[in-house]
Design a protein around this ligand. Structure first.
Ligand SMILES: Cc1cc2nc3c(=O)[nH]c(=O)nc-3n(C[C@H](O)[C@H](O)[C@H](O)COP(=O)(O)OP(=O)(O)OC[C@H]3O[C@@H](n4cnc5c(N)ncnc54)[C@H](O)[C@@H]3O)c2cc1C
Ligand code: FES
Ligand code: FES
Length: 1358
């Protein structure tokens, strides 16, 4: 064996380039290597846990026997480099790039406006490319020229596991679907390739060409000869045994002796869940042992080797050409494939093994799906233990103590049943936050039963009910229920009793999230499985059973009269979308839907983010140690000694702040925030120190394993809630000029009211930014105590000030540079400052460059997010629905520091004033608590204010038993009331577009017809209910002063600098268009060509001062205006010369003009500082949305069937960019209202701090029909070229989805009432935000099923 092991070096290729590594730490991941050891930076680190897809690359393996290349996507953050010996890796820049030309995927992504911040884009492209490559290998008929063999549904599914926080997915789906052979090109969305009126053929021809036959080489020829060698075990502690015998002797050799640590490894995806902070002495790769990679099936069952990947298992189960399995075998195969496809994501399943999954379930209690499926199927397993080979049932193994490290799982076998006298049923269940995968199940289940017909009834001969992931250590069988059911004739009574038993037997352990919901799911699954066979349906079930031996439950369900429960839940993703833009040519090229600057480069992964800047020599890496206690003295920090923490250089705390410097980490308009806790930590998540080490990984492990010694003696209890803050009068001051004004007279309004609601309550939680690029900074010391800091920041100017004051140096010693930001959403404004400051402090102290790339888990804990709030309101209203007065007491939880919190009251009230409340009074308090500081998050306060208004509308309508839409309509402003409520802004009649938008939307979305259809649907369906809702918004935007600088270079190219930062919102693109337009005033025919001459460059705080912050949706327009002012100066300087040249030569072009200007010493650079006029600083934005949803009462899952949005963008500066902002904001809002659970423990520490627990929307949770209309409301002299903001306001429209969900829940409650089983009122209930599955189901009634059965039983007994 030793001979064989000692063969070769680690050799592989990246984008065709050969790499040979003489030695390497075997725990190095592919991502770590690519990012630090190559120039290929397109794979990004978004999470490090397999949950986001930013790091996806294509791996290609060569099978020298079959002479075939296998290509598959993987998450490079989990793949160990040593496992890739002989493999070829393709990254997005390998597909195409700026120098060699882009791939058509890149170009189509760019042309379909599918890349905003661009951080997710390379990973998206690679997930899609992998699907494309594999589709071409299939034996489907050749597609028409220009298309691939992928279907549009496969194209969508290819990217279903990748997260994007910016775009809302619709344009990404469209870009991918352009490759699908079955697509109707007319169904594809707004893009920069096509013009109105283009024929289908012309459209196809205008797409960047894709040549499926022109093979892209994923596996270079030179690697083929090296593909089969094994690593030399004397150089690499990595072993790849090729037989069980070899494995056995290896496990009995020095590899496991003398306390050496070793790890069996297959795909290594388990580390995505169980973060490893340990390094092993040896790794044993099991993938080369043939017995472990077998997969076969016959009429007796299926056998799966432990190293078979989940993807291979799925393809095997789906393969219809394999041997005849019999009908039960077929049923099981189909059901398993359908279920297993929802595990993780394609790029995880491609390397995740079945055995690894089962071992994780057995050893670590992982909430596995496969473990449950195999338990339900009575699978057996083969093991190799230190005593020899062993075969036992999977159930027996589950209940054994955790497997010993030398025990190897060899294979698992699923038996098929065959008994001619019985009929077999098999079904699996899974409810999860995302229907299509990339989310662990709340509960999963697998049931099988053999039944026979007894007269016309169904007799259960045998039944197995397995449940998992519900909050116990292992998947379990409900044996008491099984026993109870065995031998029984199924009828409603028996089922009812069985459900009672199952609830008692399958119980989540203490501490499980949503335990009641999980219990109710367990009941629902059993109900779904058995109900179709009860006496209620006996005719149907009997009929079916008589003819078919092995049947699926859905066949019975769907053939039942009322189609009562359909197991086959709808899985289509985005089925259609329509975008309408009304652009204007008045200021061309401003107003053109130009594609985003650098979008193709972003897709190719060449766009440089902070962490892509190569590390300077000697660079160190930092990671934060944060407090886990809310209020405690910190007595000491101890690092755990660990191989992985070797290389720690220092721990930087507040004590390292130089004399003359201050302990300040953030500052904006209000109070400063300390960089580090001094001796007292004031919130869980507060920065205590930065560990600095020679690699980011060592720093992260050291920080993660550091032990903090706390002392809470003589320290007050922390304030965690707003109630506690009120009790202790712990408030943040609101400067009087920021406190909003009351409107009208509340008491008089109340006196006019016919009805009153007094002291009703609403609570809203927090939301995390989930920008794809986490906080990042790189600080490089320079001469004379200077420092250059690269930071991913929305406000470099403020970061600059803070760094200077922390280091105690003049501000001219500091230079802060920000090129682009991988998503900000407000989280990289104040919250980014401590990261760059800590980085600068460490670099200052250690006199070496230091970089920090905060890992996702720490970022989620430390960064804070949206402000939670508690609102108590009293409202008076007429019987007609007209509201006469509203009073609110609002308690805002600001966390520990001021941050931007003092502006929250005004933001909440501004958005709430979208309706005419008659009179509006309020008391708003900003509470200071021992939580991480809450900060600006996209539409901070406005989203809550707008939602509170809707919740009140809902409440009023429910009391009046009126349609909520009527109540809304009654209270929408007239122009008079609008100007009364927003008395700081004068809105002219023509500008107030909301009423016409609402009308237009009602017509375009067929609101009233669909409302009726929803009603009909609800009458007909017991288990699914629908709701529809229309919601308006009014959003006050405010412009801020912004600087600009335009310089024309000798060749006529133009460099532009602005205060605003490109955070994905398309600011550079608009600025570019504006520069071309404004310089084009010299000669209008030049304008379009000038666009290509403009480059907007990174923000540099020493080049352009007073940059301000990029926030509040208006920075693009104010940056544009600043640039226009610069251009005006240049135009003034150049126009006389141009006239002169024209007179001399008859004509003149731009390069000649600039050459002459240079010669005549014309100043070709201009600076400006745009300061908005006080009278036109603020303006109102209007929009409305209609959303229709369908809820599944059994699981609580909400599907957004359709959303229609109309948004007034003024005269859009770039309708493509604005469309992207609108769709992206709306989907981010769906996250807030429907998905994102920001959970904290009793100390206020965020605990949903991973991609496993925090679920942002994915492509399968966006509206299935998504229609957006960008209205051009025409010329307005006070707006910047008549434009309006689009970044934040549309997020508020997502409340329509929540309101529609509430309507659907109401329909479910109506149903309960019909059965006489409703506890409480049909319409008076509060649907929490976010309305995740447990929330929806709870409001429908956790025991809905039991109530249904009770009503049936009652009917029977009558
Ligand atoms: C983002 C993500 C989402 C996921 N979602 C789901 C989900 O929804 N449902 C679900 O069921 N699973 C889910 N998983 C889990 C996934 O299925 C497992 O991570 C994977 O199957 C493990 O296989 P692996 O080959 O990568 O194992 P590895 O990571 O290589 O190994 C895992 C553990 O098993 C040990 N091991 C591996 N093979 C053997 C063997 N043959 N004998 C003994 N020990 C062995 C290893 O030593 C290690 O301790 C998800 C994983 C990720 C990363
Ligand atoms: S970084 Fe690898 S999946 Fe997120
Ligand atoms: S473009 Fe997808 S995360 Fe920004």
């Amino acid at each position: 064996m030793e001979e064989r092991q000692k063969k070769g070096s680690l050799v592989f290729a990246v984008n065709g380039e050969r790499f040979e590594l003489p030695c390497i730490d075997p725990s190095t991941t592919l991502l770590q290597f690519l990012r630090s050891g190559t120039c290929f930076k397109s794979p990004k680190l978004g999470c490090g846990e397999g949950g986001c897809g930013a790091c996806v690359v294509l791996v290609s393996k060569y099978d020298s026997k079959l002479k075939k290349v296998e290509d598959f996507s993987v998450s490079s953050c989990l793949t160990l480099l040593c496992s890739l010996n002989g493999c070829s890796i393709t990254t997005s820049e390998g597909l195409g790039n700026t120098r060699d030309g882009f791939h058509s995927i890149h170009e189509r992504f760019a042309g379909f406006h599918a890349s905003q911040c661009g951080f997710c884009t390379p990973g998206m492209c690679m997930s899609f490319f992998s699907a494309l490559v594999n589709a071409e290998k299939g034996n489907k008929p050749d597609p028409p020229p220009g298309f691939s063999k992928l279907t549009s549904s496969e194209a969508e599914k290819a990217i279903a596991g990748n997260l994007c926080r910016c775009t809302g997915y619709r344009p990404i789906a469209d870009a991918c679907k352009t490759f699908a052979a079955d697509i109707d090109i007319e169904d594809l969305g707004f893009n920069s390739f096509w013009k109105k009126g283009d024929s289908k053929e012309l459209k196809v021809s205008k797409l960047p060409p894709y040549y499926p036959t022109k093979n892209f080489c994923t596996y270079p020829e030179f690697l083929k000869s090296e593909s089969a060698t094994n690593l030399d075990s004397s150089k690499y502690p990595w072993y790849s045994p090729v037989s069980i015998e070899e494995l056995r002797s290896l496990l009995n050799s020095y590899v496991t002796e003398n306390g050496a640590s070793f790890k069996l490894v297959v795909g290594n995806t388990g580390t995505g869940y169980y973060k490893e902070t340990q390094r092993y002495d040896h790794y044993v790769d099991l993938r080369y042992i043939p017995e472990l990679s077998i997969i076969k099936s016959d009429q007796t069952g299926i056998e799966v080797g432990a190293t078979v990947t989940i993807s291979k298992l799925i393809s095997f189960l789906k393969d219809e050409n394999k041997v005849d399995l019999g009908s039960y075998g077929k049923l099981v195969s189909q059901k398993l494939a359908y279920h297993i496809e929802k595990i993780a994501t394609p790029f995880v399943r491609n390397s995740a093994s079945v055995g690894g999954n089962l071992v994780m379930a057995q050893k670590n209690g992982f909430p596995s799906d496969i473990a449950t499926l195999f338990l339900g199927l009575c699978a057996s397993v083969s093991l190799m233990t230190s005593h020899g080979l062993e075969k036992l049932t999977w159930e027996e193994l589950l209940w054994r103590p955790p497997l010993e490290s030398r025990t190897v799982l060899l294979s698992v076998s699923v038996p098929f049943k065959k008994d001619l006298n019985s009929k077999f049923l098999f079904e699996t269940y899974r409810a999860a936050p995302r229907p299509h995968g990339n989310a662990l199940a709340y509960v999963n289940a697998a049931f099988q039963a053999d039944v026979s017909l007894c007269q016309n009834d169904v007799l259960i001969n045998n039944i197995k009910l397995a449940f998992g992931a519900y909050g116990t250590k292992h998947a379990t069988r409900a044996k008491k229920v099984e026993e109870y059911l065995t031998g029984k004739i199924l009828n409603v009574h028996v089922l009812y009793e069985a459900l009672k038993l199952v609830k008692l037997e399958v119980v989540p352990e203490d501490g499980t999230l949503h335990p009641e919901y999980r219990s109710s799911l367990v009941v629902c699954y059993v109900f779904e499985f058995l109900y179709p066979f009860t006496d209620v349906h006996s005719a149907i079930s009997g009929g079916l059973l008589a003819g078919i031996n092995d049947i699926s439950v859905e066949k019975v369900s769907s053939s039942s009269k009322d189609g009562c429960i359909s197991q086959e839940r709808k899985q289509t993703l985005l089925s259609s979308a329509k975008q309408v833009v009304e652009s204007s040519t008045e200021y061309c090229p401003v107003g053109k839907p130009m594609k985003k600057v650098g979008a193709a480069m972003q897709a190719a992964g060449e766009a440089v983010y902070v962490d892509d800047i190569p590390s300077p020599p000697n660079c160190l890496h930092g990671a934060f140690i944060y407090s886990t206690k809310p209020l405690a003295a910190v007595k000491g920090i101890q690092l755990e000694s660990n191989q992985l923490t070797e290389g720690v250089a220092d721990i930087i705390t507040y004590k390292d702040i130089p004399s003359g410097g201050a302990n300040v980490g953030a500052m904006l308009l209000f109070g400063p925030e300390p960089l580090f806790a001094d001796d007292l930590a004031r919130c869980a998540g507060e920065r205590i120190a930065v560990v600095v080490a020679d690699s980011q990984r060592s720093a992260d492990v050291a920080a993660r394993t550091a032990l903090l010694e706390y002392d809470t003696a003589n320290i007050d209890s922390p304030i965690l809630t707003v109630e506690e803050a009120v009790e202790k009068s712990s408030f943040i001051q609101i400067p009087p000029f920021l406190y909003p004004k009351q409107v009208g007279n509340f008491s008089e309004g109340m006196a006019e009211a016919d009805h009153k609601i007094l002291s009703a309550e609403i609570r809203l939680g927090s939301e995390y930014y989930f920008y794809m690029e986490t906080q990042a900074a790189l600080a490089i010391p320079d001469e004379d105590n200077c420092m250059v800091v690269y930071t991913s920041s929305q406000c470099p100017e403020n970061a600059h000030q803070v760094i200077a004051s922390c280091l105690g140096v003049p501000q001219h010693n500091i230079r802060v540079i920000t090129r682009r930001v991988g998503g900000g959403f407000g989280g990289k404004a104040v919250r980014a400052m401590p990261v760059s400051t800590a980085c600068a402090l460490a670099a200052y102290k250690l006199r070496r460059p230091v970089r920090i790339y905060v890992n996702r888990n720490a970022d989620m804990i430390m960064t804070g997010g949206r402000h939670p709030m508690k609102v108590t309101y009293s409202v008076g209203f007429k019987s007609s629905g007209k509201i006469t007065a509203l009073h609110l007491d609002i308690l805002i939880n600001a966390g520990i520091s001021e941050d931007i919190s003092p502006i929250l009251p005004s933001n909440v009230i501004k958005a709430l004033k979208k309706y005419d409340w008659g009179a509006l009074s309020f008391d708003v308090k900003v509470c200071k608590t021992n939580l991480t500081s809450k900060s600006a998050m996209r539409a901070p306060g406005e989203v809550q204010g707008s939602y509170i208004a809707e919740a009140i509308m809902e409440h009023v309508s429910s009391l009046l038993s009126m349609e909520v839409d009527c109540v809304r309509n009654k209270n929408v402003h007239t122009i008079e009331s609008l100007n009364f409520f927003y008395d700081n802004i004068v809105t002219e009649v023509g500008e107030y577009t909301l009423p016409s938008i609402m009308e237009k939307l009602a017509a375009s979305s067929s609101f009233s017809q669909r409302s009726k259809m929803v009603e009909q649907f609800n009458q007909k369906n017991t288990w699914k209910k629908r709701g529809i809702s229309r919601v308006p918004i009014v959003y006050e935007a405010m412009q801020r002063p912004t600087p600009g600088k335009v310089s024309i270079l000798q060749d006529g190219s133009i460099v532009v600098e602005v205060g605003g930062i490109e955070i994905g919102q398309g600011l550079w693109t608009k600025v570019k268009q504006m520069t071309a337009y404004a310089l084009g005033l010299i000669e209008s025919s030049w304008a379009e060509d000038l666009v290509e001459k403009v480059r907007v460059v990174q923000a540099d705080t020493l080049s352009v001062v007073q940059g301000g912050f990029t926030a509040g949706s208006t920075t693009s327009e104010s940056s544009c205006e600043a640039v226009r002012l610069c251009c005006n100066v240049l135009v003034e300087r150049l126009t006389p010369l141009k006239k002169q040249l024209q007179e001399q030569n008859g004509s003149v072009d731009w390069p000649t003009l600039i050459r002459q200007a240079q010669m005549q010493s014309v100043n070709l650079a201009a600076n400006s500082y745009y300061v908005p006029e006080s009278g036109s600083m603020s303006y109102l934005n209007f929009g409305a949305a209609v959303s229709e949803v369908e809820i599944d009462i059994l699981t609580g899952q909400t599907t957004i069937l359709q959303s229609d949005l109309i948004y007034d963008c003024g005269q859009s500066l770039n309708p493509a960019v604005d469309m992207g902002q609108i769709e992206g904001a709306f989907v981010q809002g769906i996250g807030f209202f429907m998905h994102e659970e920001y959970l904290t423990n009793e100390d206020g520490l965020m605990v949903s701090n991973s991609t496993w627990a925090y679920k942002i929307p994915t492509i399968d949770t966006i509206p299935q029909n998504f229609n957006v209309h960008v209205v051009n409301s025409g010329h307005h002299e006070k707006r910047i070229l008549s434009s309006k903001a689009s970044g934040e306001p549309p997020l508020l429209l997502a409340a329509s989805v929540h309101c529609a969900t509430r309507a659907a829940v109401k329909a479910a409650r109506e149903q309960l009432k019909l059965w006489g089983k409703l506890d409480g009122s049909v319409s008076e209930f509060y649907l929490e935000v976010p309305a995740v599955l447990p929330v929806v189901k709870t409001q429908c009634g956790l025991n809905y099923v039991e109530k249904f059965l009770e009503s049936l039983l009652a009917q029977k007994s009558n």
